[in-house]
Design a protein around this ligand. Structure first.
Ligand SMILES: NC(=O)c1ccc[n+]([C@@H]2O[C@H](COP(=O)([O-])OP(=O)(O)OC[C@H]3O[C@@H](n4cnc5c(N)ncnc54)[C@H](OP(=O)(O)O)[C@@H]3O)[C@@H](O)[C@H]2O)c1
Length: 209
């Protein structure tokens, strides 16, 4: 299965691309510049150039599934959050529909399902993620939405807590979030479902068994 990773050069996106390869998928890493290509080519991972603010349609040729892991990051203004996290994601969903993609996995954020509850400084970000998630749910695509808590750069533990709705907030290593996302890609029970995700006790390899 050829899986397009949008935001592959990101801290989670890189883990996703590498873990897809380990799990015998065929990842295609969408990156924004040529300098970002060698790190993937060295590992035998195909790349494609694409920018969510421009045309990236050619990235979708021969793609079976999409993982959207892009984001404008904390150092840009609300305008970029809307352009990338919301409109970029919506454009990717539209392209996925157009090209008949079988599965779309969205890396969202904890609290994106209830953006009004977030701290005021984060609310525009949570609303952007929320709108992208809602657009995906209505798209007719087969989807899975993953809403992780605060992402850390700690080494992965292979153990998480995954629930459709969680009342407690928490954090999770980026490596574990990536592994869970790759795992959910192949689980029929995860189809058309949304999950909160933090560190926990359950083995990622046994999720939803
Ligand atoms: N930080 C947290 O605690 C937290 C919690 C929950 C969810 N999230 C979400 O998790 C996602 C990934 O997080 P992360 O830590 O991996 O972020 P990251 O390292 O900043 O990665 C984001 C990626 O998006 C790419 N991107 C930005 N604008 C783009 C554009 N116009 N076209 C194509 N790609 C573009 C970046 O490309 P370049 O590499 O070229 O810059 C980068 O590779 C984000 O959406 C974030 O909102 C974060």
């Amino acid at each position: 299965m050829r899986v397009l990773v949008i935001g592959a050069n990101g801290k989670v996106g890189r883990h996703i691309a590498y873990k897809l390869k380990e799990a015998h998928y065929t990842p295609v890493a969408m990156v924004r510049s040529t300098e970002q290509i060698p790190q993937f080519e060295e590992k035998g991972i195909a790349t494609v150039l694409g920018n969510l603010e421009k045309d990236f349609e050619s990235a979708f040729y021969n793609i079976d599934a999409v993982i959207f892991a892009a984001g404008s990051g904390p150092d840009t203004g609300a305008d970029k959050t809307i352009l990338i996290d919301q409109e970029g994601a919506i454009k990717a969903i539209e392209r996925a529909k157009h090209f008949g993609v079988q599965r779309f996995v969205m890396l969202s954020s904890m609290a994106a399902d209830r953006p009004e509850s977030g701290p005021s400084g984060l609310r525009h970000y949570l609303y952007a993620k929320h709108r992208a998630d809602e657009y995906l749910k209505q798209s007719g695509l087969s989807y899975t939405i993953v809403r992780p808590g605060r992402l850390t750069n700690e080494e992965g533990t292979g153990r998480v807590q995954l629930q459709e709705h969680m009342n407690n907030f928490g954090e999770i290593p980026r490596e574990d979030a990536a592994e869970a996302i790759v795992r959910l890609l192949s689980i029929p029970k995860a189809e058309n479902k949304s999950y909160d995700l933090i560190s926990g006790e359950q083995s990622i390899q046994e999720l939803l068994l």
